[in-house]
Design a protein around this ligand. Structure first.
Ligand code: GSH
Length: 240
C-alpha cells in the first residue's frame, strides 16, 4: 500500500479516457502547454469502461479521470482549473481569474457544441453545423477579437499566457476543421493563432505523433456510442 501511494504521488499524471478527443482533449492541450508529460489509459470497449468503474475511483462513474498528485480527479472543469492554477496559467488575482473563467466558459460552450455535432440526427447534421458556424462567427469569436484589439496585447489576460489562450487556440483549430476560412473576418485571431502556435510546447503538441487526437470520425463515434451505451434515439435533435 505504501509503495502504491508513493507511486501515485510521484508518477506522471495518468489520463483515463477512450481513444479520442472528447472532453479529455482540453486536458491534453493544457498539460502540453505547461510541459507536463503524462501517461494515458485509453480504453476501447464497454467492458474496459465497466472495469474502470468497478475499480471504484470514478466518483460519478464518468470520465475524464486524471490520476495526479495523489488524487483521482474527475469533472473536466475541475481538472483543468487545477492544472491551470498549479502551473500559473490562471491569472495573478481574483479579477484576472474571473476573466479567464468568463472567456473559457464561452470557449467551452463552443467546444461542446463541436464535440456533440457527431451525435446529431443525420437529417439535422447540416443544420447543426450551420448553427455552430454562426455562433462561432457571430457570438464567440467577435468577443476574443475585440479583447485582443482593444488591449493590443499578445494574450487575452494579463499580457501573459493563460489557460484562456490555450483553450482559444484549441477551439479555433476545431472550428477551422469545420470550415477552413472561418477566421477570415478576424485578423487579430489570425495573428493570435500564428503566435501561440509557435510557442515551443504548443508547436510540439501540434506536430504529428504528439498525443493530440484527430477529429472524431464515424468509426470512433460508433465506438463511443457503444462504450457509453448511447441509444440511437438519444441523438440530438436541435442543437439550438
Ligand atoms: N460533467 C462531466 C461529464 C463527464 C461525461 O459526460 N463523461 C462521459 C464521457 S465523455 C461519460 O463518462 N459518460 C458515461 C456516463 O455518463 O455514464 C465532466 O465534464 O467531466
Amino acid at each position: 500500500m505504501e509503495h502504491q501511494e508513493l507511486k501515485i504521488m510521484t508518477g506522471k499524471p495518468k489520463l483515463y479516457y477512450f481513444d479520442a478527443r472528447g472532453k479529455m482533449e482540453s486536458v491534453r492541450w493544457l498539460l502540453a502547454a505547461v510541459g507536463v508529460e503524462y501517461e494515458e489509459v485509453l480504453f476501447k470497449t464497454a467492458e474496459d469502461f465497466e472495469n474502470l468503474i468497478k475499480d471504484g475511483n470514478l466518483m460519478y462513474q464518468q470520465v475524464p479521470m486524471v490520476e495526479m498528485d495523489g488524487m483521482y480527479m474527475v469533472q473536466t472543469r475541475a481538472i483543468l482549473k487545477y492544472i491551470a492554477a498549479k502551473h500559473d496559467l490562471y491569472g495573478k488575482d481574483l479579477k484576472e481569474r474571473a476573466l479567464i473563467d468568463i472567456y473559457v466558459e464561452g470557449m467551452r460552450d463552443l467546444n461542446d457544441m463541436i464535440i456533440y455535432l457527431p451525435f446529431s440526427l443525420p437529417e439535422e447534421k447540416q443544420k447543426n453545423l450551420n448553427y455552430i458556424l454562426e455562433r462561432a462567427t457571430e457570438r464567440f469569436f467577435p468577443v476574443y477579437e475585440k479583447v485582443l484589439k482593444d488591449h493590443g496585447k499578445n494574450y487575452l489576460v494579463g499580457n501573459q499566457l493563460s489557460w484562456a489562450d490555450v483553450q482559444l487556440l484549441e477551439v479555433i483549430l476545431m472550428a477551422e476543421e469545420l470550415k477552413s476560412g472561418i477566421l477570415s473576418a478576424f485578423p487579430k485571431l489570425q495573428e493570435f493563432k500564428a503566435r501561440v502556435s509557435k510557442l515551443p510546447r504548443i508547436q510540439k503538441f501540434l506536430q504529428p505523433g504528439s498525443p493530440r487526437k484527430p477529429p472524431v470520425d464515424e468509426a470512433e463515434f460508433e465506438i463511443s456510442r457503444k462504450i457509453y451505451k448511447i441509444d440511437k434515439n438519444l441523438l440530438l435533435k436541435h442543437m439550438s
